[in-house]
Design a binder for this molecule. Structure first.
Ligand code: ATP
Ligand code: MG
Length: 596
């Protein structure tokens, strides 16, 4: 399989040594064998471990034999002949006769042909390897296989790309507790696999990813090799047919520093190659962005939606006054603070009130709106402005690089929602105008519960629902993550063809959202280690336990190989566009040299 992938990716295939299938044991007759699960007595001198893939046959009268495939989901060992707990000591001393018996429970994955009969007690069970393993896990029918990680015995495991790229399904959803579930790292690993495995074929050339960085500066080093990755880690990438290397083409965007008139990017660890982003007042008014400032649960309960719509309509009439500023009723506005003042005056003014706030809107509603607007001011004034030259260079775009990272970690929740909402809407509108699902856009969004909570509605939730429901045909693939799927809008989870969990909290693992996990895997999800995930895909009746290698890209400054600069940058004279250029972007074009 590695060979097939390597071939696809243009690497020379390595010959695999042929191996006879290993007998593992026989189907037990003391436990019920059913078409869905059965027990295997493990033979002497061998063992079966969790996640091993096995195969066996069942002869049928007058028809061809059925081949059954399955995955080991539980293994147990016991003394046969022992009745009391204390017997174990007597047996070990040779006083009592008893035998150790080991058995493995198998959940079936596939029948060939599809005659759903149980295997018969006594039938020989063997480890499925090579082509047989591919059949057991449906990899043989996958025209495009996305490497998703390794099994416990270091064999590659795949996801059918057709359920990722929109052909038959789309979207990936990842859950798990903070810090150990490796959600963010797995999302970036999947991107690496998508872009570097060759599975996207020529689509990879133009496919893009937009990632929001929500925690620390973790994702601001994607373009640097990870110095912590050892040879064993590198080998695991090679087994997957993937290069053990950082991302080659990454654009980094961060909010401007608070109170900095030059709008330099607010990052502390990475001094180079980051451009600050903001929206001009002109864009804010023209594109009706006000609603994205009122996007949390509290706003949903308020009556001022109508006020927001009316104010947006008035702002849309604002006249551009150059360099991103606007003129409203003869007043030129250059800062968000000034705009807030102007809006407050208008909605409270006797004459303007009807057209700005709306007819028969109570004073209480207007006051609530004004209060919220003022509360937002401090947090978003650095993001909406017209006081910096060359504002067009500070507009987040996915054009220049394969991967675009938008840093949010220094922003408060209201500002985060604004940035996420506005950026995704832009990309959504752009894709809608494009009218073709290619090139693909992968949208990586952590903390989905914050943007699309289960209850209530908000403009951001609406846009994410649009992505979940229509993204498949538009070529926008959502790779969403959250600590608890139970707090995220159901339709977003339901539309994700690929579901992944890392370590789950025991209470969370019991919830309906994880109904795709068989009970034994739910239990197992509570003890998963970093780097191990349980992945469910539509074609396989049971989820696979996958291990993915330690990131080959740095996830913090201390891991970054700074000696050669970012990968893809080459010598200083051959810098990748936008990488390693001046930080502020205010006086140097980060996209200089790129086709416009
Ligand atoms: N394949 C791996 N094997 C072992 N450790 C890993 C692996 N991938 C990531 N880690 C480590 O696990 C830690 C947590 O990873 P990550 O940030 O992806 O978790 P998370 O689930 O996104 O957490 P949070 O909810 O806090 O954002 C990181 O410090 C990372 O170095
Ligand atoms: Mg994370």
């Amino acid at each position: 399989m590695v060979n097939a992938m390597a071939h696809e990716a243009g690497r020379p295939p390595e010959p695999a040594p042929p191996r006879a299938p290993e007998p593992a044991g026989r189907v037990l007759g003391t436990e019920d064998a059913t078409p869905l699960e059965f027990w295997v007595g493990v033979g002497d001198g061998t063992f079966l471990q969790l996640d091993d893939v096995v195969a066996c046959e069942r002869a049928l009268p007058g028809r061809e034999a059925v081949q059954l495939f399955g995955v080991v989901c539980q293994v147990r060992a016991r003394h046969e002949g022992a009745r009391f707990d204390s017997d174990v000591f007597l047996i070990e001393e040779g006083v009592l006769p008893a035998q150790v018996s080991e058995a493995a429970q198998v959940l079936t994955t596939r029948f060939e042909p599809e005659v759903f009969v149980p295997p018969l007690p006594g039938a020989e069970v063997r480890r499925a390897e090579g082509a047989e393993r591919d059949r057991a896990l449906f990899f043989d029918g996958m025209a495009k296989r996305l490497p998703a990680g390794l099994s416990r015995d270091d064999e590659p495991l795949y996801v059918n790309l057709e359920f990722v790229d929109g052909t038959r399904g789309a979207h990936v959803n990842i859950s798990g507790i903070s810090g150990v579930a490796t959600k963010t790292t797995y999302a970036t690993f999947l991107l690496h696999s998508l872009f570097a495995s060759g599975v996207l074929g020529t689509d990879a050339l133009n496919a893009k990813a937009l990632i929001f960085n929500v925690k620390g500066e973790d994702l601001l080093w994607l373009d640097h090799d990870n110095t912590v990755l050892d040879d064993a880690g590198r080998d695991r990438y090679h087994r997957l047919g993937l290069p053990a290397a950082a991302f080659r083409s990454v654009g980094f965007w961060a909010p401007p520093r608070l109170d900095d008139p030059t709008a330099s990017p607010d990052v502390s660890q990475r001094p180079l190659g980051v451009t600050s982003f903001f929206w001009t007042l002109e864009e804010f008014c023209r594109d009706e962005l006000l609603r994205f400032l009122f996007a949390d649960a509290e706003d949903d309960r308020q009556q001022y939606t109508i006020v927001i719509a009316n104010v947006e309509a008035r702002l849309k009439e604002a006249v551009p006054a150059g360099e991103g500023a606007v003129s409203i009723d003869g007043h030129t506005v250059r800062t968000f603070g000034a705009l807030v003042e102007l809006i407050s005056t208008k909605v409270e003014d006797e004459d303007d009130r009807t057209s700005w706030a709306g007819r028969s809107i109570g004073q209480g509603t207007v006051n609530a709106f004004v209060r919220r607007l003022h509360a937002a001011r401090r947090h978003v004034e650095r993001l909406i402005r017209a006081d910096v030259p060359h504002a067009d260079r500070h507009r987040v775009t996915t054009d220049g690089h394969q991967v675009t990272v938008v840093d949010l970690h220094n922003l408060n929740d209201r500002a985060k929602r604004f940035v996420v909402g506005v950026t995704i809407r832009r990309e959504f509108d752009r894709k809608e105008r494009q009218g073709s699902p290619r090139p693909l856009l992968f949208l990586v969004l952590d903390e989905l519960n914050k943007y699309a909570p289960r209850d209530g509605s908000s403009p951001i939730k609406e846009i994410l629902l649009d992505v979940a429901e229509r993204g498949r045909s538009l070529g926008i693939i959502l790779v969403g993550a959250q600590q608890t799927a139970s707090e995220v809008e159901r339709r977003i989870i339901a539309n994700s063809a690929i579901r992944v969990v890392g370590r789950l909290d025991a209470a969370e693992a019991g919830r309906d959202e994880y109904g795709f996990l068989p009970p034994i895997q739910r239990q197992r999800s509570t003890i998963l280690k970093p780097g191990t995930m349980i992945l469910s895909q539509p074609e396989l009746p049971i989820p696979l336990v996958v291990q993915f290698p330690f990131p080959a890209w740095a996830t913090r400054a201390s891991e970054a190989d700074l000696s050669g600069g970012p990968v893809g940058a080459g010598s200083p004279g051959r810098r990748a566009p936008g990488v390693g250029t001046r930080a502020s972007g205010a006086d140097e074009d980060p996209f200089a040299g790129l086709p416009r």
